[in-house]
Write a protein that binds this ligand. Sequence first.
Ligand SMILES: Cc1cc2nc3c(=O)[nH]c(=O)nc-3n(C[C@H](O)[C@H](O)[C@H](O)COP(=O)(O)OP(=O)(O)OC[C@H]3O[C@@H](n4cnc5c(N)ncnc54)[C@H](O)[C@@H]3O)c2cc1C
Length: 305
Amino acid sequence: MHAQDIFSKYQTTFSFEFFPAKTEASAAALYSTIAELEPYKPSFVSVTYGAGGSTRDLTNDLVVKLKETTSLDPSPHLTCVCHQEDEIHSIIERYAASGVSNILALGGDPPHNLADYDRSQDAFQHAAGLVKFIKKFNETGAHPDPRGFGIGVAAFPEGHPTTPNRLKEMDYLKAKVDAGADYIVTQLFFDNHDFHDFRDRCRLAGIDIPIIAGIMPIVTKKGMDRMADLAAGAHFPAKLLRSLDRAGDESERVERVGIDHATEQCLDLLENKVDGIHFYTLNKSRATREIYANLGMENTEANLK
Ligand SMILES: Cc1cc2nc3c(=O)[nH]c(=O)nc-3n(C[C@H](O)[C@H](O)[C@H](O)COP(=O)(O)OP(=O)(O)OC[C@H]3O[C@@H](n4cnc5c(N)ncnc54)[C@H](O)[C@@H]3O)c2cc1C
């Protein structure tokens, strides 16, 4: 379903993010997670895109598999990194042929395994260029929906770690919206004040498309450390850290703290009429399922308009 129709259908969208599995064992775990989460009828699910190399095909494979074998509505991530226009064209042509409705257009993380990676050699240095390219593709009528793909873009409530000037960063985000983005998905955050302030700043800048809040429940202390690396600059509130300290090394209690914190975040976001909540699932289902239960929701249809 095109993003515009998704946002007209739900008061608040609920979506889940998966990453493609690289081994048989992780693929089996991913497919059980997907089977466990399918009954929650998410508004859509998204599939991440690797920084380069063969893992990139896995995104396409997973998206097509989800389309063909489940009731889920998959939206692939696509990045500018290490791509020329002809490659991007053939990827989106394939997605159009498979009936994929929406794409999250991203700058992309630089590949770790390419020491001499040079962004200036990519067709697009920033996501805004990719948004314009998809928009142009939409005008060719090659997509089964006459509007073409719905286009999502990323944003960073606490600021992107490599952009020191937050005023300029908002101009860059506005450029992506003006290029044709239909919705925004945010980086994960643990303190809702950061999100509320970001959303206010977007509205002041004239950005009025839906903004989906990225939520990642902490399930292990190791996972939290990894997140601090992945979402560089993420702010961990003292209240959360104190509860995690009290949980000590007991994994069940750590998970309970993470799920309770994420539940409180979701309740506050719903109170504040957020457009959408996107769970970074890390290919696991338990935290998401428990948050639905805590919110009193059997599935996402509880949020239909
Ligand atoms: C929801 C979400 C999903 C993600 N999924 C993936 C994924 O699947 N694969 C992956 O590799 N990465 C992913 N990322 C990471 C993301 O690609 C990187 O963090 C990237 O650095 C920023 O992406 P962007 O789309 O905001 O890029 P851009 O909008 O291109 O911005 C990148 C940087 O350039 C700056 N900038 C933008 N325009 C200009 C300009 N005109 N002049 C100067 N500076 C400019 C921005 O402020 C920012 O610092 C994801 C991030 C989020 C929030």
